[in-house]
Design a protein around this ligand. Structure first.
Ligand code: C5P
Length: 217
């Protein structure tokens, strides 16, 4: 692992979940721990990059020498990403962005009614990584694809649909890896082909992924 492979480069990484407010006390979110994104940020900083970690709410301490930008919702994350990604060299989307948000955020706490059901109308969130990849001076853009079936097929589709440079696919149905785990196993897919990384710790995997991505810049 070369400590100088990203010296002079700027790397922007998203991590963690987003939180989509329903009212002042409630939100929609997911179980993303942020571990993969934080490990990638640590590895990028170790490799010498100026590293910006744009993170949704999670329990992890930011790595040393990393600029830590805290956001809550997908809209906040998009604004931060567009600001930092323009002019950067490498963008990695490891965040588990909520696909939808409530159409309206109630100003006051919603009251329980007598009805047995309640309906929440959701609207689609912006696709952050596709927006970054569409920038005029877009960085080399890397998406994650967490899938529970037809992992490689869906990941290859994401490469084309989101117009990103690379997709890192992981199978979230396998025990002990992926979402919220300490380990991960992934396949890196780009237009040159596919590289498999069998199960290993997220910090170890992050160093190997950063080393490989540095060669692509
Ligand atoms: O489409 P899907 O959510 O499976 O794609 C996952 C990839 O896209 C991840 O890199 C994730 O960070 C990114 N993403 C995004 N904005 C969204 C949804 C996903 O940047 N609204």
């Amino acid at each position: 692992f070369n400590v100088d492979t990203l010296t002079g480069k700027t790397v922007v990484i998203t991590a963690g979940p987003t939180r989509e407010a329903i009212d002042p006390v409630r939100y929609l979110s997911n179980h993303s721990s942020g571990k993969m994104g934080y490990a990638l940020a640590e590895a990028a900083a170790e490799a010498g990059a100026r590293t910006i970690l744009i993170s949704g709410p999670c329990q992890l301490a930011p790595p040393e020498r990393v600029e830590h930008i805290k956001v809550i919702s997908a809209d906040d994350m998009l604004a931060a990403c567009l600001g930092y990604a323009a002019g950067s060299d490498l963008f990695i989307g490891a965040a588990a962005v909520a696909d939808f948000r409530p159409a309206n955020i109630a100003e006051q706490k919603l009251k329980k009614s007598d009805a047995d059901t309640m309906t929440l109308t959701l609207v689609k969130n912006p696709d952050i990584i596709a927006s970054v990849a569409a920038l005029d001076a877009a960085p080399f853009t890397v998406a994650f694809a967490a899938e529970s079936e037809r992992v490689l097929e869906y990941a290859r589709d994401k490469l084309v649909r989101k117009k990103v440079d690379c997709v890192i696919a992981n199978d979230i149905s396998a025990a002990g890896i992926g979402f919220n785990s300490d380990d991960n196993a992934v396949t890196l897919i780009d237009r040159r082909g596919e590289t498999r990384f069998d199960q290993r710790s997220k910090p170890q995997l992050a160093r190997e992924l950063i080393a490989l991505l540095a060669e692509r810049l």
